[in-house]
Design a protein around this ligand. Structure first.
Ligand code: IPE
Ligand code: IPE
Ligand code: MG
Length: 247
């Protein structure tokens, strides 16, 4: 498939990378093998996003609810994230990728936190793709933290309650400065958000794919983008065509 097929390239694509465990189970392998294979799919996806000129790619790597998994799996997932940043940071930097991390940083292990900060600092001035890693991320937690920060300002007399607007709330979210996702893709056949970008997804398009995350490929990504390009986004108004013809 040729990349030039896309007239409408989304500025921001967010992906719920789901199905690593089931991918492994289907092959009689331990879940950890699915997570390992999932990291390869991440590499290919970041490359593809950069190639086609997507400006923001958000990947849901670990949710604030994923701590509920068995300790061994949590340790494995944290280890893979660390290994990914250690191994891939230089290459991502070379590709002019800027890294941003969203999610709660409070209480994170210092080795993980330091690596995440290093990734952000190293790539701060890069100007190609922004790779947003959602780690220890939960949308309700993010909104609650934003609300608490606004309440603190009201308490201190720096802000009046009546001045709280959607824009101000936006500016206190972890995603401040990042445009809302145009397209949210979820793999593995599950059709839910699982506490991902609830506020930011107000007008996102959704594509749910049956494939498990380790099988997500450049071709699957390109065909999802093609599907996205055929969608008619109205944002509560009229489609561009209807507005132009008055019908
Ligand atoms: C996605 O795959 C990876 C994370 C949630 C970190 P899963 O581990 O959720 O795989 P399934 O959904 O159990 O198949
Ligand atoms: C969502 O997948 C979180 C990530 C992909 C990191 P889950 O596998 O945790 O979601 P549920 O539990 O099926 O809703
Ligand atoms: Mg899952």
């Amino acid at each position: 498939m040729s990349d030039s097929l896309f007239v409408t390239v989304p500025e921001h694509v967010a992906i719920i990378m789901d199905g690593n465990g089931r991918w492994a189970k289907g092959r009689g392998l331990p879940r950890t093998m699915g997570h390992r294979k999932g990291v390869e799919a991440v590499r290919e996806t970041v490359r593809t996003a950069g190639d086609i000129g997507i400006k923001y790619l958000t990947l849901f790597a670990f949710s604030s609810e994923n701590w509920r998994r068995p300790e061994a799996e949590v340790t494995d997932l944290l280890g893979l994230l660390k290994a990914f940043i250690r191994r891939d940071l230089a290459e991502l930097h070379r590709q002019n990728v800027r890294i941003r991390v969203i999610g709660d940083r409070q209480g994170l292990r210092s080795d993980i936190l330091n690596l995440l900060i290093e990734a952000e600092e190293t790539t701060r001035s890069n100007t190609a793709l922004t790779l947003v890693i959602a780690f220890n991320y939960g949308s309700r937690d993010e909104i609650a933290r934003a609300a608490a920060s606004l309440a603190k300002d009201v308490e201190a007399g720096r802000l009046r309650a009546q001045d709280i607007s959607p824009e101000l709330i936006n500016s206190r979210l972890d995603t401040a400065g990042i445009p809302d996702p145009d397209l949210i893709i979820r793999t593995s056949g599950e059709e839910r958000l699982s506490n991902f970008l609830l506020w930011q997804a107000a007008y996102s398009e959704f594509i749910f794919l049956p494939e498990y995350w380790p099988d997500f490929s450049r071709d699957l990504f390109l065909s999802a983008l093609e599907k996205y390009a055929s969608r008619d986004r109205r944002f509560g108004g009229l489609s561009a065509k209807a507005a132009a013809t008055g019908s």
